[in-house]
Write a protein that binds this ligand. Structure first.
Ligand SMILES: *Cc1c(COP(=O)(O)O)cnc(C)c1O
Length: 364
């Protein structure tokens, strides 16, 4: 098989990237824009690299319509480090925060926050293995919390907030690791949004943090310098060596999105892809979707046959057909098709065709 051979990769992350971006990065690998060096080899203090990171920020601002009173930071430590950085930097008034736990990432974030203050779990859907988003209203939130925390798209279980929850004047913090840039979001409704890049943006290694400027600078004395947003905000995400190459690829993805209709066009395609798959799942006699209709994710689509052996057989057959990483997360079981922005629509059609074939052979 040559270099041109590409599988349909349903991985939840790290995950598929736009092919034109991969080709451009490959073409620029040895000689970036006439510099005679790879971006991997480039000093992060060079004017060439400064332009790469500045353009990445400017293009993300354009794509998401991020106002000037927000910082855009490119950090390390993955989504996971934000589980701690958020409470360290934001749980600094009443030292209280309310967490809505709709999946394992939200639960981990809540558990981490408890180390830093009075983090309360307002509601959880754990009892149903997170098949829905718990309904919480502003009356359920304590009056004096520093923020309310949600995970906007639950990568493992396939649930998603299909509208921004209204908690009145409370500051809202959202983990958008697996849905950023898949839908138009009013950033001003949030105090802070973060996203590990390796789901819907770029390779692993960079985490995007979008934070309202007035929320930065309140970390308590003694906070490790690297865990204070202020450190990174003041230095344009270059307090130390940033994840240079991952930021460069993210920047190329942003350009690619802008050239292809932006978030609106991506969203239309994402809706079309997900709708096809959910329509088939809702009509299938063998496969069943696992998530309540109103909370379904466009990015991570989870389903089961109800028979673990049959699930295994299905996943193995898919692999033989060049469709990989359909196995559900170890905590969820069954199958999960992650169909991020860069996942081609033909791949969804191929999956559905195989599912129909499998159903005809295996439905009782
Ligand atoms: C993957 C994921 C994380 C964890 O990200 P890491 O970069 O591996 O630390 C956190 N939240 C969500 C929603 C995720 O999908």
């Amino acid at each position: 098989m040559g270099d041109e051979y590409r599988v349909y990769n349903f991985s939840a992350g790290p995950s598929v990237l736009p092919e034109p971006v991969l080709r451009k990065c490959a073409a620029e690998m040895l000689n970036y824009e006439g510099t005679g060096e790879s971006v991997m080899e480039m000093s992060h203090r060079s004017p060439e690299y400064q332009k790469i990171i500045d353009d990445a920020e400017a293009n993300l601002r354009k794509l998401m319509n991020i106002p000037d009173d927000y910082y855009v930071l490119f950090l390390q430590g993955g989504g996971t480090l934000q589980f701690s950085m958020v409470p360290i930097n934001l749980m600094t008034g009443s030292h209280k925060a309310d967490y809505i736990v709709a999946g394992q990432w939200g639960k981990k974030a809540w558990e981490e926050a408890r180390k830093f203050g009075d983090a309360r779990c307002v509601a959880s859907s754990e009892e149903s293995v997170y098949t829905y988003i718990p309904k919480v209203t502003k009356e359920d939130i304590r009056d004096d919390v520093d923020y309310v925390y949600i995970c906007y798209n639950n990568t493992v279980f396939g649930t998603h907030y299909n509208e921004i929850p209204d908690f009145g004047d409370h500051l809202l913090v959202a983990d958008m690791s697996s849905c950023i840039l898949s839908e138009e979001i009013d950033v001003t409704k949030f105090g802070l949004i973060y996203a590990g890049a390796q789901k819907n943006v770029a390779p692993a290694g960079v985490t995007i943090v979008i934070v309202r400027k007035d929320l930065v600078g309140h970390a308590p004395e003694g906070t490790p310098i690297y865990l204070d947003y202020k450190t990174h905000a003041e230095k344009g995400s270059m307090y130390n060596t940033p994840p240079c190459y991952a930021i460069y690829v993210a920047g190329e993805v942003f350009k690619y999105l802008l050239e292809n209709g932006g978030v609106k066009a991506m969203h239309e395609k994402d809706v079309r892809k997900a709708q096809k798959l959910y329509d088939y799942l809702d009509s299938s006699k063998l496969f069943k979707p696992t998530v309540a209709k109103e909370d379904r994710s466009l990015m991570n689509i989870t389903f089961v046959t109800g028979d673990a052996e049959l699930d295994k057989k299905f996943i193995a057959g898919a692999k033989e057909r060049g469709m990989i990483n359909l196995k559900g997360h170890r905590n969820a079981g069954g199958m999960r098709a992650s169909v991020y922005n860069a996942f081609p629509e033909e791949g969804v059609d191929a999956l559905i065709a195989y599912m129909k074939e499998f159903e005809a052979e295996n439905a009782k």
